[in-house]
Ligand binder design. Structure first.
Ligand code: PLP
Length: 387
């Protein structure tokens, strides 16, 4: 009797149906499946953050509707954290908005600035939400392929003039999911000057800036001169503090861009539960040694996987940030065929690269979201396979 709207019918097909079926089948057969597919850290949220939430839940003033832009105290904590980390001062009243997880902000943002027929420039392979948010706003996605020969950065020069003249937003995401690529401040500066020239909004998804290794420090696009005039940046507490389930993040940047997003939110949701924002304040303002500990754990896991996969002859760049390894499948395999083989013959789930977009074909993504021993076991199982 009812049929889905055209916008739902236009959603990209879910490419992992077959893989999910194989995974369920393997589990039913009693195979001890090692799941390297999920981008959700396996570690619990640090105790001091949980405790802050426990106390905040009991306070009656937190039992009411929150403000849709977020508590000023949360926005102030975010601004202080941002200045300490990136050296950029923000006005917490006008340049910060609290989000119910950064996905919420990323999905809603185009509703504020995209009209039907406008073009949104979206990298591929990528997190699917940039395209889906565009679709829901009635915009048209123009894909910017991320290729290894360009260090997985979009080639701005390749965008056709007629596309550029209709384009409203360019999405970026560094450190990148799924490719684990990073961007320099110079690259951000090039994008900012390109955006100013072509009157584009730069929307930067910065979910992984705190998951860095060794002496590398991912920059914020707001460190670049002039970025405040064109850019909005989406931050998340999900990966930094192992808080994916809490749904808390924030956006920072240009006042008008923040105001537009806040206006959408004001009419769609009523903001994040204040007890969760208080947990967020405890995370951003508290002792940061928990983040250091998470980085150490992920670095050890990265080292196990990098060494293991290199020894088996796989080709990839060792990640300097994120908890992903993005590697080429062995010759003669498609991404789908390789992922299916690992699952059927070794009980290992990896994500086939084409699932993030066509230029991801020929790659697979390993998420470092299981412990070191399981990673070692997975590598031993792969070593026993013939390709
Ligand atoms: C995990 C992730 C997010 C963050 O999601 P939240 O909604 O904040 O939990 C955003 N972008 C990318 C690319 C991610 O991988």
């Amino acid at each position: 009797m009812f049929s889905f709207s055209e916008r739902l019918k236009k959603l990209p097909p879910y490419l992992f149906v077959e893989l999910d079926r194989l995974k369920a089948e393997a589990k039913a057969r009693g195979v001890d499946v090692i799941d390297l597919g999920v981008g959700d850290p396996d570690l619990p949220t640090p105790a001091h953050i949980v405790k802050a939430a426990e106390e905040a839940v009991k306070k009656p003033e937190n039992h009411h509707y929150p403000s849709s832009v977020g508590m000023l105290a949360f926005r102030e904590a975010a601004a202080r954290w941002f200045e300490k980390r990136f050296g950029v001062k923000l006005n917490p009243e006008t340049e910060v908005v609290t989000l119910i997880g950064s996905k919420e902000g990323i999905a809603h943002f185009p509703l504020a600035f995209v009209n039907p027929g406008d073009v949104v420039l979206v990298p591929t392979p990528a997190y699917p939400v940039y395209h889906i948010g565009t679709l829901f706003a009635g915009g048209e996605t123009f894909y910017l392929p991320l290729r290894p020969e360009n260090d997985f950065l979009p080639d701005l020069e390749s965008i056709p003039k007629d596309v550029l003249s209709r384009a409203k937003i360019i999405w970026l995401n560094y450190p990148n999911n799924p490719t684990a690529a990073v961007a320099t401040k110079d690259f951000f500066a090039r994008v900012v000057s390109f955006a100013r020239e072509h009157k584009l909004i730069v929307a930067h998804d910065a979910a992984y800036t705190e998951l860095y290794f060794d002496d590398y420090r991912p920059p914020s696009i707001l460190e670049v001169e002039g970025a405040r005039e064109v850019a909005i940046e989406f931050h998340s507490l999900s990966k930094t503090y192992c808080m994916t389930g809490w749904r808390i993040g924030f956006a920072v940047g240009n006042e008008t861009l923040i105001a537009g997003l806040a206006k959408v939110k004001n009419n769609v949701d009523s903001g994040a539960f204040q007890a969760v924002q208080e947990a967020g304040i405890a995370a951003l303002s508290g002792d940061q040694s928990c983040v250091e500990e998470f980085r150490k754990i992920f670095r050890e896991r990265r080292d196990v996987v990098v060494e293991g996969l290199k020894a088996l002859g796989f080709e990839f760049d060792p990640p300097r940030a994120t908890f992903y390894v993005w590697a080429r499948v062995p010759e003669g395999y498609s991404s789908a065929a390789f992922a299916a083989k690992l699952l059927q013959e070794a009980g290992i789930v990896v994500t086939p690269g084409h699932g993030f977009g066509e230029p991801g074909e020929g790659f697979f993504r390993v998420a470092l979201t299981v412990d070191k021993n399981q990673l070692k076991e997975a590598l031993a199982r792969i070593a026993a396979l013939k390709f």
